[in-house]
Design a protein. Structure first.
Length: 486
């Protein structure tokens, strides 16, 4: 069948890996672990029904949900930019109409760029892998579809080539299973690979047990407070109680003093005594245990606790905390996404590249932005129009070039002055072209006579005077003219 302009067989295109067949054999990649399987926190835990919850249940734990959605939303809000190298290692954003730019803005028929990037990161965090199938027309990529990782199996041929087996996924326009899709048609981004280079491992593999424990603690707390913080207990009597009497008392207590009826007054006779059996919440330290599970989940996702509301940051250094969150949590995910996307779109080695705009993530407050603009423009390395464009303001006449103060010399002029001094040229006083420095006459030759200078005019004399002398001369002229009139 043809899919996205590529001829792919829906049947077994190659024989399974075997010792008899070493032609184009494919073997599925298997992992030695996975959080979606049976994970035991200790040997025999599965037999005792102490196992990690399923993926849906784990997402019900607030810390897991907070970490996954925080990271995915922060990456999803970054704008995908198409950059082009213009020379000297300088890259500028392509703003003109380009088919690749349209693809980045609308990757497929049901997702915009924010939804696309968000699902990319969610798939990577929950399953350890993100698979993106490319739709091509005449060799050009016109669509990108993120596949359900549970429907994809990496395959490795005996030649080392990588293929992907993809089951039907109607939303991604895969209507029938694909036996072997070449790696050139699939963009594969993955978390750190612990067992096989083609299989990433989700952080939930490390924090699944803690998340399960947190869910259990919350369930116990719900039951505990459902009984108005009053634990279950036992009725005791000083003597023997027949079975029918014990059953009657038990039934009466459960009907009259449990669930919503807690708080009623119980009247006991025959020296009956009620004693609590369940450990109170204070004794069990539920809050401390729940706090530890949240910290453990955040630790596995490399998320600072203040980012998920589990700690109070110091707002005096909120900028450095945001920078730390980017470098420790987001940077590797962002750069990996950029690299795999550029490789999948065949942009490596060209003058084009896809980058995520970090301006939305690391955007400073208004005061800090204006101060940085002022310093950059005042130092002479930033154009005023660049600062205006960052604030969505139109260019201004003369704002497309850096500005420097008049007393500052250009580096090229300083370098030329030093060379002239070494070659015997004296720098001119007016900042123009340098003049030859005076040299002594050769031995045995008379120095050439210096032609007499013409006396300077009054205007030249005035220009040659200093500011104070010029003012004094001007006053003297006016005084002389006044006396001449008298």
């Amino acid at each position: 069948m043809n899919i996205f302009g590529l001829s792919i067989s829906t049947k077994a295109a190659v024989a399974p890996m075997s010792t008899q067949n070493t032609g184009r054999a494919l073997a599925p990649v298997r992992s030695n672990g996975g959080w979606f399987g049976i994970l035991e926190s200790f040997t025999g835990a599965w037999q005792k029904n102490v196992v990690v919850d399923s993926d849906r249940n784990l997402l019900a734990f607030s810390a897991v949900y907070a970490c996954v959605t925080l990271i995915a939303n922060d990456v999803g809000k970054l704008r995908m930019k198409l950059m082009q190298e213009v020379g000297d290692g300088i890259w500028k954003e392509v703003r003109k109409k380009d088919p690749l730019l349209e693809l980045l803005r609308r990757p497929n028929h049901y997702q915009n760029r924010i939804q696309f990037l968000t699902q990319w990161i969610v798939s990577k965090l929950l399953f350890g892998n993100t698979y993106v199938l490319q739709e091509k027309e005449a060799g050009r990529v016109v669509g990108l579809y993120i596949l359900d990782p549970r429907l994809v199996t990496p395959l490795v041929a005996d030649s080392g080539d990588v293929y992907y087996q993809i089951n039907a996924d109607y939303l991604s326009l895969v209507k029938t299973p694909l036996a072997a899709v070449p790696a050139s048609e699939v963009i594969h981004d993955r978390m750190p690979s612990l067992w096989h280079p083609l299989l990433g491992v989700s952080p939930i593999y490390a924090c699944g047990s803690s998340a399960t424990q947190g869910i259990r603690i919350q369930a116990n707390s719900a039951s505990f407070f459902e009984n108005m913080s009053r634990p279950s207990g036992v009725l005791t009597a000083p003597g023997h109680i027949p079975d029918d009497t014990a059953e009657r008392l038990k039934k009466a207590f459960e009907e009259n003093f449990s669930a919503s009826k807690i708080g009623r007054l119980a009247v006991l006779g025959d020296a009956l005594k009620y004693e609590a059996m369940t450990i109170p919440a204070a004794d069990a330290q539920l809050i401390e245990q729940l706090k530890w599970t949240v910290e453990d989940v955040a630790r596995c996702f490399h998320v600072p606790l203040h980012m998920i509301g589990s700690a109070n940051p110091t707002f005096a250094n909120i900028g450095s905390l945001t920078q730390s969150y980017y470098s420790q949590t987001l940077q590797s995910l962002i750069e990996s996404l950029e690299e795999t996307l550029n490789a999948g779109l065949a942009l490596v080695g060209t003058d084009l590249a896809v980058e995520l705009d970090l301006e939305a993530l690391l955007r400073m407050d208004t005061t800090a932005r204006y101060e940085s603009y002022s310093k950059g423009i005042g130092a002479g390395w930033m154009e005023p129009d660049y600062a205006r464009s960052k604030e969505n303001m139109a260019p201004t006449p003369g704002g497309d070039t850096p500005y420097m103060q008049q007393q500052n010399w250009a580096l090229a002029q300083l370098a030329k002055r030093d060379i002239n001094e070494q070659q015997g040229l004296a720098p001119s006083g007016g900042g123009g072209e340098p003049t030859l420095a005076p040299t002594a006459a050769p031995p045995g030759e008379e120095p050439s006579p210096t032609p007499p200078k013409e006396p300077p005019s009054e205007e030249e004399e005035d220009k040659g005077l200093g500011s104070g002398a010029f003012a004094a001369a001007l006053i003297a002229k006016f005084t002389e003219a006044a006396y001449a009139e008298i």
